[in-house]
Design a binder for this molecule. Structure first.
Ligand SMILES: [Zn+2]
Length: 65
């Protein structure tokens, strides 16, 4: 599975509109970027990619300690 295929499948299953797709991930307005990165977990269900969230403003969303 290519990175683009994984991203588009992720967007379809989570209901994100295709215009939000950016190079290598999804840019969710008001939330941040969700980027597809190679996954090496080795699980049998693994498709070789995973989504990680990059928030635009970490301080605004960081959990309180
Ligand atoms: Zn994995």
């Amino acid at each position: 599975m290519t990175r683009d295929q994984f991203i588009e499948d992720y967007m379809a299953t989570t209901g994100l509109p295709l215009p939000w797709k950016i190079r290598g991930g999804v840019n969710v307005p008001g939330v941040g970027r969700r980027m597809a990165v190679p996954c090496t977990c080795g699980e049998s269900t693994c498709r070789g990619w995973k989504i990680v969230t990059e928030t635009n403003d970490v301080s605004a969303t960081a959990p309180k300690a």
